[in-house]
Design a binder for this molecule. Sequence first.
Ligand SMILES: Cc1cc2nc3c(=O)[nH]c(=O)nc-3n(C[C@H](O)[C@H](O)[C@H](O)COP(=O)(O)OP(=O)(O)OC[C@H]3O[C@@H](n4cnc5c(N)ncnc54)[C@H](O)[C@@H]3O)c2cc1C
Length: 388
Amino acid sequence: MNYDVIVVGGGMIGLTMALGLKRQRRSVMVIEQHAQPDLPDALELRVSALNHRSRALLDELGVWQQVSEFRVGPYTDMHVWDKDSPADIHFSAAEANADDLGAITENRALEHFLWQAAQTAGVVITQTEQWRLRHCGDDQQAAEIEYGEQQRAHAQLVIAADGGRSRLRQQAGLAVRFWDYEQVGVVANLRMDTPHEGVARQVFLPTGPLALLPTPDAHVVSIVWSMDASLAQTRLANKAQLAQFVTSESGRCLGKAELISEVKGFPLRMQYAQEWHQQRIVLVGDAAHTIHPLAGQGANLGFADCVSLLAHLQQSEFADLSNLTRCLGRYQRERKADTQTMIAAMELFKRGFGTSNPLIKAVRSLGCLAAERITPLKQKLAEVALGR
Ligand SMILES: Cc1cc2nc3c(=O)[nH]c(=O)nc-3n(C[C@H](O)[C@H](O)[C@H](O)COP(=O)(O)OP(=O)(O)OC[C@H]3O[C@@H](n4cnc5c(N)ncnc54)[C@H](O)[C@@H]3O)c2cc1C
């Protein structure tokens, strides 16, 4: 089979790329190991706080309306504070002239609607984990993937969207730089005594940040508690006590917590590819970069990759490798710079707040005080949250 593009990985980023390219009248196949995710009845464990830029892309692709009609938790305010110092900062959508600062979306629901839209648009989705890259392509021939029962597919461009452990990235020989945060992101859903009122909250604890994200149910929050790996082991072994710790460590900001879901842990690692493309292969989303979830920006970075790559590919003639390489080079320059800025910011936050050094504690208190009092600085921070 010959396609213009093969996308490996049908998660939220791969399906967005596939749908976007189909809209550009390209023939597209997606290879995904799982079946289409069902719509979840109860609130899912994995959620993403999507900024305005990501939502605008999904809206353009005709998916956001379905997602938002299904179930989303828009938040109008953000409250970030430090357990160990007076550092405390509050942003509101009104200060940034916006209706909300972002929306909590269930990953599974998003993937469900993207899958449906991609299939309706004519994207071929092949469900298999049996595949390998046979050829990265060159100026004479297309890239080649063997899948299933010795079937072969050729494409002018192959997009790796198969997540942080991307097999395609490894097979294409694209190296990554990484460091382990030595933390685990513990996620769960909790019912709180006091309504969250659409405020996304995050408290920096000496062991790592605890986020309480507002869901469509006024009393239910989705937590992402990034804690040191040793502590996570203890917390995951005593799940029944988690709610009690959330209640106390959040300073009872929403009263007493009750656990209403299972609890899962995700090891956290910073990782980015040194080169984002090679011959006819290109990386997007977590296949290109993974970052600390403390600012909820991982998926947003992936959607920004899609916006950039779709724009650069729009007028490109894929068959001509030198033309394609120039186009992928422009995409890499643009996105690598943005990703590195985000990685540096995450590192600053993580190191700045994850220390008990009294000097750094004083500096961070002053920093937060300045951000709280200086309107233009606060507006700038709100704009970063919005993805403007
Ligand atoms: C605890 C936690 C909280 C987070 N919170 C936020 C947040 O609030 N906001 C935000 O923006 N981001 C957040 N993120 C990051 C976000 O979840 C990821 O950036 C996003 O899911 C990446 O999407 P992706 O499609 O690139 O990769 P993935 O979601 O990993 O999708 C990869 C797809 O490829 C498929 N695949 C993998 N290997 C193969 C194979 N060999 N063959 C075939 N198919 C394969 C998988 O089945 C999957 O469907 C969070 C991350 C964590 C860990």
